[in-house]
Design a protein around this ligand. Structure first.
Ligand code: SIN
Ligand code: CO
Length: 391
């Protein structure tokens, strides 16, 4: 990638200003945001990836399919591509950043948004007039035009859940009134907050990357937190009411009873330490198991440290590393849903490990005499969380 990852995407607008004025608030068109960026994957390679089992891919055919707005799910076969119409379709590849390690560098450009919030990079390839139709998403997205041109229309009018075309698998808006319209050229980028309706149509062949963020719903958070608490907490206390008196109606569930049940439920911890321990695991849990580059034979600690002196380490593209800071100054490190506690002297190691995806010996050397930290490093090398870059 030719653009420096440290360069601001927004020209005169600082990262802080972007967050204050636009993030989760209003759309922003950025002309020439990443002009030097060239796709590490061609359209043909994208089609090849869409034929693999572990890759989530879809084709949306507006016209020329079996019916308008036909949705086909991958994995595809080569013949699926040769039978497509000339125009009016799009191929979408989800979680491309996990398949294409070079995209980690592109993600560094978005370092002003906490890494736990990132969902994935989706890549869409379209021939002329290819589109996924007018729709809205519940998440923030940066739409980076990487090759060719795409015409985008947007609308910030309140969205209506019922405004969808009936009897198709996709949620495409029945009526869409464009408020603003631009044609994006390679290097241009459009930021959209959740709920802004958008309609992109390829003008000739087009490659678009969607850098999408998570839209965590209250119901999924609650379900996951309750599961965590049930695992941690024995939850074995039983309802009791030794002060029970005779009721007028034996069938009534009295206010006293309801208060006692409420008390029992409120014993469930909801403090920030418990929520932090759960959220770190939740946010870093992998969606699905992925193949890793394992060393031919598990290394010993000495072999690992020796090797590290001559080869940098890289984090596997699908691994998630985050941490929370505790009031004691210690940190909880979360790696793919696992939790490790580091004491205040070890936090520098945790910060380097979490904030970067490539590690050189010199920056971690001050911590490697600590047996706990060197054995963590060894464990991550032996289970493929980290791999030697020259492998
Ligand atoms: C596209 O690349 O055309 C669709 C991306 C999106 O709407 O999020
Ligand atoms: Co969208």
């Amino acid at each position: 990638m030719k653009s420096s990852p440290t360069r601001s995407l927004f020209g005169d607008i600082s990262k802080q200003q972007f967050l204050a004025e636009y993030w989760q608030k209003k759309p922003l068109l950025i002309r020439g945001a990443l002009t030097g960026f060239s796709s590490p994957i061609t359209a043909d390679e994208l089609a090849g990836l869409a034929c693999e089992d572990e890759v989530e891919s879809r084709i949306v055919i507006e016209k020329g399919g079996n019916h308008p707005w036909e949705l086909r799910h991958g994995p595809f076969q080569e013949s699926d591509f040769t039978s497509l119409p000339e125009s009016h379709w799009s191929l979408l590849l989800q979680e491309a950043n996990k398949q294409i390690p070079e995209l980690a560098e592109l993600l560094d450009v978005f370092d002003f948004i906490p890494s736990w919030w990132l969902d994935d990079i989706m890549i869409s390839y379209s021939p002329d007039q290819g589109t996924v139709g007018p729709h809205y998403d519940r998440y923030d997205v940066f739409l980076l035009q990487v090759e060719g041109r795409k015409n985008w229309q947007i609308s910030t009018l309140p969205v209506d859940e019922n405004n969808v075309i009936d009897d198709i698998e996709l949620r495409i808006m029945k009526t869409f009134h464009s408020e603003q319209e631009w044609t994006l050229e390679a290097g241009d980028m459009l930021y959209l907050p959740p709920g802004v309706a958008h309609h992109g149509v390829a003008q000739g062949e087009s490659l678009t990357y969607s850098i999408g963020y998570r839209a965590l719903s209250q119901s999924e958070l609650l379900a996951s937190y309750f599961d965590f608490i049930l695992e941690q907490h024995d939850g074995k206390r039983h309802f009791s009411d030794p002060a029970l008196t005779v009721q007028q109606h034996r069938s009534e569930i009295t206010l006293e009873t309801i208060k006692k049940v409420t008390q029992l439920l409120q014993e469930m911890p909801f403090d920030s330490e418990s929520v932090g321990r759960w959220f770190g695991r939740f946010a870093t849990e992998p969606n699905q198991p992925m193949a890793r580059y394992l060393p031919e034979q598990p290394l010993t600690s000495q072999q690992c440290l020796q090797r590290f002196k001559t080869s940098p380490l890289t984090r596997h593209a699908h691994c998630r590393f985050n941490f929370t800071t505790l009031t004691s100054g210690a940190i909880n490190l979360f790696i793919d849903g696992d939790e490790y506690q580091l004491n205040p002297e070890q936090v520098g190691f945790g910060h380097i490990i979490c904030d970067n995806t490539h590690y050189c010996h010199d920056e971690l050397a001050p911590y490697l005499n600590d047996p706990q930290l060197s054995s963590l490093l060894l464990r991550w090398v032996n289970d493929g969380t980290l791999y030697f870059t020259d492998e």
